[in-house]
Design a protein around this ligand. Structure first.
Ligand SMILES: NC(=O)c1ccc[n+]([C@@H]2O[C@H](COP(=O)([O-])OP(=O)(O)OC[C@H]3O[C@@H](n4cnc5c(N)ncnc54)[C@H](O)[C@@H]3O)[C@@H](O)[C@H]2O)c1
Length: 258
């Protein structure tokens, strides 16, 4: 990487935590940040899944370590932050990507099921931001990217809880940006369209969905995790130092379509 690219998009000396990074979009983000020079802590729910992702990243020359916890558990997030700090990993770059889904009619959704989505997307964002922000504030530098979705801005049947949670993530991102922007911290959200991962396995099987995508998405195709990860790299890079409080759609033009 030449000096210009290093000073604009390079992440040498940075320490990132990516939640929900054992697979899918999160793993692609961890890989992108790592290849740009950051050390990457890989979070997910299961220790074996974290270890496998870490091994995969290390095989590509990336400095990676596992940080296994549920983002929905405030105590576990705090314990992970302490363990990382004790190991000399002071997180300056937080990507809250972990997410869950439960597609069903609104009237059939139980309060506990609704709550499960809020716990991961919304409370998870809060627990992670609240835990990792103080050190960023003390350092006078920090980068947060939170995972919203096009579903936070436009929706479809059966995803009321998910749409609500993703809208809240975008609102929370603006709150962090406004409250912490004076301390060298930026917070931005991304809003992917339909990405081909295990998360959308049901949609990938659904009859007629490919036709819907060809009509609804000007790009006419699914996104891949590799369409999403470089945008996160941009948002946490020096190049995006004056981008704050935004929710950036990565949707092949879907939301722009009349
Ligand atoms: N795939 C899409 O079309 C799409 C579109 C827009 C937004 N998103 C969002 O992108 C993010 C990643 O999605 P993906 O497609 O890679 O899905 P995925 O299911 O492949 O990955 C999500 C990861 O999050 C982990 N996770 C779930 N709950 C967790 C918790 N409490 N603590 C820690 N980790 C947890 C899962 O174990 C999994 O590894 C999610 O927030 C999702 O809502 C996905």
């Amino acid at each position: 990487m030449n000096d210009y690219l290093q000073s604009t998009f390079g992440l040498a000396g940075r320490t990132a935590l990516v939640t929900g990074a054992a697979r899918g979009i999160g793993l692609a983000i961890a890989r992108a940040l790592g290849l740009a020079g950051a050390r990457v802590a890989v979070n997910d729910l299961r220790a074996e899944a974290c270890a496998a992702a870490v091994a995969q990243l290390q095989a590509e020359g990336i400095a990676a370590r596992a940080a296994c916890f549920s983002v929905a558990d405030a105590g576990a997030v705090a314990a992970a932050q302490q363990a990382l700090q004790a190991a000399g990993w002071d997180v300056d770059t937080l990507v809250h990507n972990a997410g869950n889904q439960n597609r069903k009619p609104l009237e059939d959704m139980l309060p506990a099921e609704w709550q499960q989505l809020m716990e991961v997307h919304v409370n998870g964002a809060f627990h992670c931001a609240r835990t990792f922000l103080p050190a960023m504030r003390a350092r006078g530098f920090g980068r947060l990217v939170l995972m919203s979705s096009v579903a936070g801005q436009a929706t479809m049947p059966l995803i009321a809880a998910y749409a609500t949670a993703k809208g809240a993530v975008a609102a929370f991102t603006r709150a962090v940006a406004v409250e912490c922007g004076g301390h060298g911290i930026t917070a931005n959200a991304i809003a992917p369209g339909f990405v081909r991962t295990a998360f959308t396995a049901g949609l990938q099987q659904r009859e007629g969905f490919e036709d819907f995508l060809r009509t609804a998405v000007p790009a006419g195709r699914w996104a891949s995790p590799e369409d999403i990860a470089p945008v996160v790299l941009f948002l946490v890079s020096p190049a995006a130092g004056f981008v704050n409080g935004q929710t950036l759609a990565i949707d092949g033009g879907m939301l722009a379509r009349m």
